[in-house]
Design a protein around this ligand. Structure first.
Ligand code: 2PG
Length: 247
């Protein structure tokens, strides 16, 4: 049996402002930092000690992992990072206010962009102030792999190679793996793990900063579908809050 810990980064300053974030490198809010430390405490309380950590290339996930590991006295753990764990690229919506977008385009379009499986927002222009083209952290990414927008299906397509090549490989080697990533990149992994349909995935939201633990069988499938949040009550309330963003 393998143990996998998924942690969405703590609340970011752009979560507070209600802005579409995507690949924009928004920092954690003060509350997000304490959520990240709490994630470390929850790991200690649950007696879970990761052997290796995977993060995206975005500071909010990196800092969440750092703060959780510092709290759990595990700063020495090996860490691997990849753009493949980044948040979904939100295209031309990056930097836009969620409530204003909903008011302008209506509920249906807003939710299609936010939660549908295969409808991406319009692409972002390379010269846009919120484009990541030219960002040094993606310098080794071939232009054809650099997203200008993504739907959840695109995120699954770019995250699964990393899942199989890096995360599963670590688990095959007997390591407890922690992944610090994002609302939509974790939705992609959870969809794969739990075999959630393209329709049902629209209803799945991931709360910030609360570790979600999966025990996986020999085929790296969940023993208990949905895994378990280490603080289920806090997770329930936080899931509601994510679902209601922009309202
Ligand atoms: O803005 C974003 O990048 C994401 C996560 O914060 O938002 P949403 O939950 O609307 O997909």
């Amino acid at each position: 049996m393998a143990t996998l810990v998924l942690v969405r980064h703590g609340e970011s300053e752009w979560n507070v402002k209600g802005l579409f974030t995507g690949w924009v490198d928004a920092p954690l809010s003060a509350k997000g930092e304490s959520e990240a430390r709490r994630a470390g405490e929850l790991l200690i309380e649950a007696g879970i000690r990761p052997d290796v950590v995977h993060t995206s290339l975005l500071n909010r996930a990196i800092r969440t992992a750092n703060l959780a590991l510092e709290t759990a006295d595990l700063q020495w753990l090996p860490v691997k990072r990849s753009w493949r764990l980044n948040e979904r690229h939100y295209g031309a919506l990056q930097g836009k206010d969620k409530a204003q977008t909903r008011a302008e385009f209506g509920d249906e379009q807003f939710m299609l962009w936010r939660r549908s499986f295969d409808v991406p927002p319009p692409p972002i222009a390379d010269g846009d102030e919120y484009s990541q083209v030219g960002d040094a952290r993606y310098a080794s990414l071939p232009s054809e792999l650099m997203p200008r927008t993504e739907c959840l299906k695109d995120v699954i397509d770019r995250a699964l190679p990393y899942w199989y090549d890096q995360i599963v490989t670590d688990m095959v080697a007997g390591r407890v793996v922690m992944v610090a990533a994002h609302g939509n990149s974790l939705r992609a992994l959870v969809k794969h793990l739990d075999g959630i349909s393209d329709e049902a995935i629209a209803g799945l939201n991931i709360p910030t900063g609360i570790p979600l633990v999966y025990e996986l069988d020999a085929d790296y499938r969940p023993v208990t579908p949905g895994g378990r949040y280490l603080d289920p009550d806090a997770a329930k309330a936080a899931i509601e809050a994510v679902a209601n963003q922009g309202r």
